[in-house]
Design a protein around this ligand. Structure first.
Ligand code: PMP
Length: 360
C-alpha cells in the first residue's frame, strides 16, 4: 500500500498507527461487538473514551486544574461567534489582533455581537509577520484579547505569546499540540480538530472556569459554554467517532514522547523546507518574514504564475498532495502538521531542489 505525501491544510494527515488501530477496532470495539460509532454516547464504554481524551489532552498540555476541556461541534468557525456571545458583554470591548484571514473572520463575527477594536494588525503588510504590540493603546474595559496563534493561510505563527492586560483568547486550530506552551496564560483556547488533533467534527475548547460567571443569561442553550461545561460535553450527542480518533491521536503523541518531542521533530521538518527555500537563490519566495515563520504551514511562491502552476502539477504527479496555496492567496503551501513525517518533508525538499535546477 502506498500512502500519499499528504500536505493538506486540514483535514490533513493522521498518524498511520492511529488509522491502523481504528481499522483494527472498527468492527468490534473492546469486545462490545460493535464499532465505537455504534455505541450509545451514554454507555460506560463510550464514557471511558470521552474521559480518556480529556485526561490525555490535560496531561499533554499541562492544563491547570481550574480549566475544563470541552468537546463541541460547529468547528472553530462557531467559536468565532460563541466567544463574543458569551464574553463580549454590554459596555465591554473585544480586542482583536489581526494576523490573517481567520482573525478577520473572528473579528467579523464579534462585530455582530458587540463593541470591538483592532489593537494591532499586519494586514497592511499582507500578513507577512506577526505585529509588535509595543505601541498598542489598550482600552480600559477590554472584554478579552483575541489572537490566532498560527495563520494557516499566510504561514505565520506567534513565536512567543504576548502579555496583555486582559484575558487572552486564542484560536489555536492549526498549531495546538505542536509545541509546549503555558495554558495558564490563556483564558480560553479553541481549535478545530482536523489538523493536529484528529478528523474534523470535534472542536476542542479549553477554558478557565471563572469565565463562566461572566456569561449572560438568555443565550441559546447550545451556544452557552455553561451547558457543555456542566454536562461534561454530553448535553447532547457528541461526535463520538471524532472524539475516539482524537483520543487515539493523543495516545500517539504520548508515545512520541509528548509535546516537547513533537516540537523538536516539527522544528526539524520545517527547517528542511525553509532551507530549500532559503538556499534557492530567490527561486522560491517565502511569504512569511523570518521572525514570524510558521512551523506548521510553509508558504511560498515561484518566480511566475506559470512556474508555480507547473510546480504544483508536477508535484502532484509525484505524489505530493495538497501543496496549492489557499484559494484566497494562491501560491504554494506545505502543511506539515504533527502527523506528517520528516521523510515527507525531505522528499519534498529534494523535489523542490530538483525542480529549481531544471527551471531556475
Ligand atoms: N481558524 C484557523 C486558524 C483555521 O486554520 C481554520 C480552518 N482552516 C479555521 C479557524 C476554521 O475552522 P473550521 O473549519 O473548523 O470552522
Amino acid at each position: 500500500m502506498k500512502r500519499a505525501y499528504n500536505f493538506n491544510a486540514g483535514p490533513s494527515a493522521l498518524p498511520l498507527p492511529v488509522l491502523e488501530r481504528a481499522q483494527k477496532e472498527l468492527l468490534n470495539f473492546q469486545g462490545t461487538g460493535m464499532s465505537v460509532m455504534e455505541l450509545s454516547h451514554r454507555s460506560k464504554e463510550y464514557d471511558t473514551v470521552h474521559r480518556a481524551a480529556q485526561e490525555r489532552l490535560k496531561r499533554l498540555l499541562n492544563v491547570p486544574d481550574d480549566y475544563d476541556v470541552l468537546f463541541l461541534q460547529g468547528g472553530a468557525s462557531l467559536q468565532f461567534s460563541m466567544v463574543p456571545m458569551n464574553f463580549l458583554t454590554e459596555g465591554k470591548i473585544g480586542c482583536y489582533i489581526l494576523t490573517g484571514a481567520w482573525s478577520e473572520k473572528a473579528l467579523k463575527e464579534a462585530q455582530k455581537v458587540g463593541l470591538t477594536t483592532v489593537v494591532a494588525s499586519s494586514k497592511e503588510a499582507n500578513y507577512t509577520h506577526i505585529p509588535a504590540l509595543d505601541d498598542v493603546k489598550w482600552p480600559k474595559d477590554a472584554a478579552y484579547v483575541h489572537i490566532t496563534s498560527n495563520n494557516t493561510i499566510f504561514g505565520t505563527q506567534w513565536q512567543e505569546f504576548p502579555d496583555v492586560p486582559a484575558d487572552l483568547i486564542a484560536d489555536m486550530s492549526s498549531d495546538i499540540l505542536s509545541r509546549p506552551f503555558d495554558v495558564g496564560k490563556f483564558a480560553l483556547i479553541y481549535a478545530g480538530a482536523q489538523k493536529n488533533l484528529g478528523p474534523s467534527g470535534v472542536t476542542v475548547v479549553i477554558l478557565r472556569n471563572d469565565l463562566l460567571e461572566r456569561i449572560p443569561d438568555g443565550l441559546p442553550t447550545m451556544l452557552d459554554y455553561r451547558t457543555h461545561q456542566k454536562s461534561n460535553s454530553l448535553y447532547n450527542t457528541p461526535p463520538t467517532f471524532a472524539i475516539y480518533m482524537l483520543s487515539l491521536v493523543l495516545e500517539w503523541v504520548e508515545e512520541q514522547g509528548g509535546v516537547t518531542a513533537i516540537e523538536a521533530r516539527n522544528r526539524q521538518k520545517a527547517a528542511v523546507l525553509y532551507e530549500a527555500i532559503d538556499e534557492s537563490g530567490g527561486f522560491y519566495r517565502p511569504h512569511a518574514e523570518k521572525g514570524s515563520r510558521s512551523l506548521m504551514n510553509v508558504t511560498f511562491t515561484l518566480p511566475s504564475e506559470e512556474l508555480t502552476k507547473a510546480f504544483l502539477v508536477e508535484a502532484k504527479e509525484r505524489g505530493f498532495i495538497g501543496l496549492g496555496g489557499h484559494r484566497s492567496v494562491g501560491g504554494c503551501r506545505a502543511s506539515i502538521y504533527n502527523a506528517v513525517p520528516l521523510e515527507a518533508c525531505e522528499a519534498l525538499a529534494s523535489f523542490m531542489n530538483d525542480f529549481r535546477r531544471r527551471f531556475a
